[in-house]
Structures are given as C-alpha cells and as structure tokens.
Design a protein around this ligand. Structure first.
Ligand code: G6P
Length: 368
C-alpha cells in the first residue's frame, strides 16, 4: 500500500475519494457480495445470547458508534449503552456478562478507549474491537477483532475510517439480527444488496456533487457559526458534520438533533448562522422539514442536504439544496457523509488552513 497523495492536493481529499474502493473491500470481508448474505459475525461474540451491547469510543469513532446504536437496536433488537470513552470509564454503570462491549478506534491506540476496554474486560464482558490498525493495542486486547480495512488514514480529520466503521457496523447489525432470528432470509438479501450497491452509488455521488461543494464552501467560509441538524441516523451525521467543519476550518459549528432545535439553538437563528439540514426522505423527513420551517420563519439560511424525493417534496426556499440520489435507509449514513466531508474539506481549503494537520489536533491521542 503506497501512502502518497496521488493526484490530490491533500491526504484528506484523497481519502474522501478513496471511499468507494475501501468500503467495497471492507464489505467483502463481512458480506458475500454475490450471494447477498452476511458472513456470520465473529464466533467470539455470540450475538444470539446477548442481552445488550455497550459501545465506547472517542471523536469521530464515537459518532460512528452512535449511528451503530440505531442499527443494533433496530435490526438486532439489542439495547445499546454508548458513551464517549472518557466518561464511559468513570460512570460506574452497571455492566453484566450477558452484554458484550464494542470499542471503535481507527488507530487502536486511543488511551481513553483502551482504558474503557480494560474496564469492561475486568467486568467480565466479551470485547469486540472495530479497528483500522490490526496490530494495535486495542485489537490485541480484544476477544474479537473487526477490521475496517480502510488502509492507512493520514489526514487528521477522519473520513474513510468513519464510513468504513459504519459499513462494518451495518454488516454486523444485520449479522446480529440474523443470528437472533429477527431478519428473514429475504430481508437479509435486500439489506446486503443495498450494501453491495453502495460503493457504486458513492462514486456517482462524489462526481455529482463536487462542483457544487466547491462553490458552496466559498459561501460557507464567510460565516462564523454554523448549525447542523438531523434526525435518526442523520443526527450523529449532524454531529460529525459539525466536528469535521470545526476541526479543519476553525469555523464554530454545532450539531443538534433536529427536534431539539426549539429547546435552545433556535434562539441563535438569524441570517448570520447557516443551518445545514441533513434529511434523506426517510421516516423522519416530514418532522425534519417542519423544524426547517421554524428556521426559515426566523430568517435563517438553510443548506438542505437531501435526496431526489426530499427535494421534490419540500417547497422551502434555501441558500442551497444538495440533491443526492434516493438510497435505501441502511446506506444513507455512508452516502450522506460525502457532502458533509467535502463541505468541510473545501471550506478549509478555501480558508487556507492546514487541512491534513489542523492546529492543536493529533491523529492519535494516547494520553487520557
Ligand atoms: C483524534 C483524531 C480523530 C479521531 C479520534 C479517535 O481526536 O483527531 O480523528 O476520531 O482521535 O481516534 P481513534 O484512533 O481512536 O479512532
């Protein structure tokens, strides 16, 4: 694996464009792309016997875990307890041996995540590690290792590791659901077929939105504050969008659950704070649109990231609408990550920051 920038200006850009390829590689490890079946999840974690899952991680990996929570609860009916590793470790939450614990870490070396892992291990839980670096400490101390196979990630702001973590967790949630007798053979085929189509859709989306992302980023770079909103699995994406933007462009950004808008951030809405709404046309769409209306009614500027169905059914005036193809619910978080990443990337490039090495941040944090 040659680690250079290829034709790209930054590692981050290269890693964004690499996603269709690495995700396809990651998926082929967890699902049969021809047969459209999941491979049984690692035998070290018996999903069938579990009563619940505990998930812990830091930064972007934590936000991937938040998406995973929705999937494990929905597809495998496994209650998920999730927290950032620096809190998880000290909460003294009751744990029991019929739970398994999953730790997500690109580097596999993050000190807080490792401390949480050891804490769960001492409590007698089976440990799963979703890591990029297979030789890492977190991988070595786990009972089951789920590699994300993203290849080396150099940009400090995580992109391809995030979507590969998601792809692995989506596959594991389906495998867990199947093991628990909750997913029929037919549903399994459908879900895996959607996953199998994802790399091709991601390539298409990357080409489709590139010019618009560049011009929109130019506009975004004039603002000092940005709010991201989403519901369901788009809520963790809103958090990730805000994290990505602040990390590399230094623009203050916050992510909120769309429904929480009226409980606080609505007080900040004016023409100086664009609101980026992430809303595929899913079960939550109408609710999110009504939150968008609350923003529009207060003179807020909206950047609407949606799909064809969503764009056709909303009449609201926006600063920009980014229209992605209609995709199945299970792949939406990965596909909708692309505009979020590109928006942060181009805004940072436009502002002239050190995109791959943002100030004060480290790729891997080995102190607590
Ligand atoms: C640092 C990096 C982030 C990363 C986080 C967790 O803050 O800058 O990009 O998400 O650590 O790292 P890990 O290696 O455990 O995924």
């Amino acid at each position: 694996y040659v680690v250079d920038k290829g034709n790209h200006r930054h590692f981050m850009e290269k890693e964004i464009y690499e996603q269709p390829e690495v995700i396809s590689h990651a998926l082929s490890h967890y699902v049969d792309l021809a047969d459209h079946t999941v491979r049984p999840a690692d035998v070290a974690i018996d999903f069938k016997a579990l009563r619940g899952l505990a998930i812990s991680a830091c930064g972007t990996a934590y936000l991937a875990g938040l998406v995973g929570k929705y999937w494990f609860e929905r597809y495998a009916r496994l209650p998920v307890e999730i927290d950032v590793a620096s809190e998880f470790r000290y909460r003294e939450m009751p744990l029991s041996v019929d739970q398994a614990a999953l730790f997500i870490s690109q580097s596999g070396e993050t000190a807080d995540t490792l401390a949480s892992l050891r804490y769960c291990k001492d409590a007698g839980l089976k440990i799963g590690a979703i890591v990029n670096v297979k030789e890492s400490t977190i991988a070595r101390e786990a009972d089951a290792v789920f590699p994300i196979l993203a290849g080396p990630e150099i940009g400090v702001a995580s992109t391809k590791a995030f979507t590969c973590q998601l792809a692995v967790m989506a596959s594991l949630a389906v495998a867990a659901g199947k093991a628990r007798g909750l997913i029929s053979a037919e549903d399994e085929k459908d879900l895996v077929r959607h996953l199998a189509e994802m790399p091709r859709i991601m390539s298409k989306v990357l080409n489709l939105i590139q010019p618009q992302m560049e011009s929109l980023s130019r506009e975004l770079s004039r603002f000092k504050d940005v709010l991201y909103l989403g519901r369901g699995t788009s809520y963790p994406l809103a958090l990730e969008g805000a994290l990505k933007l602040k990390e590399i462009s230094y623009i203050h950004a916050e992510g909120y659950a769309a429904g929480e808008l009226k409980h606080g951030p609505i007080a900040l809405i004016d023409e100086n704070m664009p609101v980026i709404v992430i809303a595929p046309h899913d079960r939550f769409f109408d609710k999110t649109v009504s939150n968008m209306q609350e923003v529009a009614a207060r003179g807020g500027k909206i950047i609407f990231i949606t799909d064809e169905k969503g764009a056709a059914s909303s009449k609201l005036e926006t600063m920009a609408t980014i229209v992605l193809p209609n995709v199945a619910e299970i792949i939406a978080p990965m596909v909708f990550s692309l505009p979020i990443q590109l928006l942060a990337y181009h805004t940072a490039v436009f502002m002239g920051t050190d995109v791959d090495q943002p100030r004060n941040l480290a790729k891997s944090v080995t102190v607590e």
